[in-house]
Design a protein around this ligand. Structure first.
Ligand code: BDR
Ligand code: CA
Length: 312
């Protein structure tokens, strides 16, 4: 199995990504979860990550707390999407499993130095603050990363937090710029992909039909999380963003995209956090990211439900 660190700001869709990883032990070896501030502040994301592990029956997973604010701006959160706790939709008990003492950034650095080069993948599902900080603090680790796979950005689908920017990149564009310019192998799951992966009523029903606690928890989360998008955009279901990162590692054939140049806007007030993706190759700037454009929605939801069912 592939060794990964999940860097995350749960978030109901982050939670689904964690479940997908935990339900896929043949493909995925989860070394740890590093929380970051994003959808909600760090105290909540680090608690939510542990709630998810406990509900999956995995209190042994190591969970770390990381950066509490972006590199250069004040934290922008998304309670309007995820609710006050970040994981609204169903009440879960305060986790009993411990939060690790080590900082997320130090765990990332230590793990990349201890594991053989090219064997650890960083799966990023929130603002890129932890990963950028690790790259700045320990530049030697960059070439030891197997791949960074991240959910963030948008091209044709432009923004969900401003007209030009996707939430994860918008919250910490300086961190995103560091990662995109680092030379690391990079795979990006933008809104162009995730907006094709809608939690429609029949797809939600599959989880309800599990008829057990985990099914009810997932249904509670997704029911809450998708309301925002359905009401706002009138779509037939909310998009499921973060599990694409894990699905890519398990079934890459579900996704298609282009290896292109992607740069991050950090200066403009109007378009800060925009992922300027040279999809048509109109510049000579060197490609730095595999930028996905499409996904097989049926295949994705089949994989997700099969793997989450295994945990329950
Ligand atoms: C991203 O922003 C967060 O609200 C979600 O968890 C996802 O990571 C989507 O833009
Ligand atoms: Ca997220």
């Amino acid at each position: 199995p592939r060794k990964i660190i999940i860097d995350t700001d749960p978030g109901q869709d982050d939670a689904m990504a964690i479940l997908l990883a935990l339900g896929s032990p043949e493909e995925i070896d989860l070394l740890g979860i590093t929380a970051v501030a994003g959808n909600v502040p760090i105290a909540r994301t680090s608690e939510n990550a542990r709630k998810v592990c406990e509900v999956a029956g995995r209190p042994d997973v190591k969970v770390f707390a990381g950066c509490d604010r972006p590199l250069a701006h004040t934290l922008v959160t998304a309670e309007h999407v995820h609710g006050k706790t970040g994981l609204d939709g169903i009440e879960l008990p305060t986790p009993k499993m411990p939060l690790q003492d080590q900082h997320s950034v130090d765990f990332i650095i230590e793990t990349l130095r201890n594991e053989p080069p090219g064997t650890v993948t960083l799966c990023a599902m929130g603002p890129l603050t932890n990963i950028a900080t690790a790259f700045e603090k320990a530049p030697d680790i960059v070439e030891r990363v197997q791949e960074v796979v991240l959910m963030g950005g948008a091209y044709f689908e432009v923004g969900n937090i401003t007209p030009a920017a996707e939430f994860n990149i918008y919250v910490d564009p300086e961190a995103a710029e560091i990662v995109f310019k680092s030379g690391v192998k990079l795979t990006v799951m933008p809104l162009d992909v995730t907006h094709k992966l809608l939690v429609t009523a029949p797809r939600l029903q599959v989880f309800k039909d599990f008829g057990n606690h985990l099914g009810d928890v997932v249904a509670g989360w997704l029911d809450f999380f998708e309301r925002f998008d359905i009401e706002k955009y009138g779509s037939e279901g909310g998009p499921l963003h973060d599990p694409t990162v894990i699905a890519w590692l398990i079934r890459p054939e579900l996704f298609s995209g282009r290896f292109i140049n992607v740069e991050i806007e950090t200066r403009s007030d109007l378009t800060r956090g925009m992922t300027v993706a040279d999809w048509w190759g109109v510049t000579r700037r060197p490609a730095n990211a595999m930028f996905m454009g499409d996904a097989d929605a049926e295949g994705f939801f089949d994989l997700l439900t099969e793997r989450v069912r295994r945990l329950s």
